[in-house]
Design a protein around this ligand. Structure first.
Ligand SMILES: Cc1cc2nc3c(=O)[nH]c(=O)nc-3n(C[C@H](O)[C@H](O)[C@H](O)COP(=O)(O)O)c2cc1C
Length: 182
């Protein structure tokens, strides 16, 4: 099962990148997670260009279509979805009959420096998933106080968080298998 792990942060030392690196290692047998960390390459969305999008958008849509499931791993910015991630989602959703997210099983996780653990970002992203007809799992993972969860080398050391990551990935796998049988 191929899963695209879409990273919502552009920061080199991103906590969410560290979380996504942990995801790659903790994925259950039979699930392979590829990291997508190119959101910084996207120009600002312009609906005049949707019928002739930039190369990076074409590649992104192809990648999304080529996987069985999506995993969004993102920080929360100002109580919502980071602009770079929302921008890429807008590109991927257009033109109207070419929404690359249509029918995709998906999961969301995120790590924040603070106590909210990206909760508000995740609920905004779920709202976006409705209009794009993604199928998110009803399992949530909010990683709070992120700086405390990783060691100096960036490895996820917090045992409850590691377990929660494994459980979320296992749930995404089961959900994706279920949907593929429809
Ligand atoms: C523009 C901006 C807005 C932020 N807004 C929030 C917020 O609303 N809630 C929150 O928990 N953290 C917020 N933060 C702090 C992030 O949780 C923190 O910077 C986190 O490390 C970002 O993820 P990253 O390490 O993957 O880049 C914000 C950070 C930035 C740069």
């Amino acid at each position: 099962m191929k899963t695209l792990g879409i990273l919502g942060s552009l920061r080199k030392d991103s906590l969410n990148r560290k979380l996504l690196n942990a995801v790659v290692k903790l994925a259950p047998e039979g699930m392979e997670v590829e990291i997508y960390d190119r959101l910084g390459k996207f120009p600002i969305f312009n609906d005049d260009l949707t019928h002739n999008p930039p190369e990076v958008v074409k590649e992104f849509k192809q990648k999304v279509r080529g996987v069985d499931a999506l995993l969004f791993v993102s920080p929360e910015y100002n109580y919502s979805i980071p602009g770079g991630l929302k921008n890429a989602i807008d590109w991927g959703s257009r033109p109207p009959r070419d929404n690359c997210f249509d029918g995709k099983p998906a999961a969301i996780m995120g790590v924040a420096g603070r106590l909210g653990g990206t909760m508000r970002m995740q609920y905004h992203l779920r709202q976006v998933m409705v209009t794009l007809n993604m199928y998110p799992i009803n399992k949530e993972l909010f990683v709070r106080e992120g700086a405390l969860k990783f060691d100096a080398a960036g490895t996820l050391r917090d045992e409850p968080t590691r377990k929660a990551v494994e459980e979320e990935l296992a749930a995404l796998k089961v959900w994706t298998e279920k949907l593929s049988k429809q």
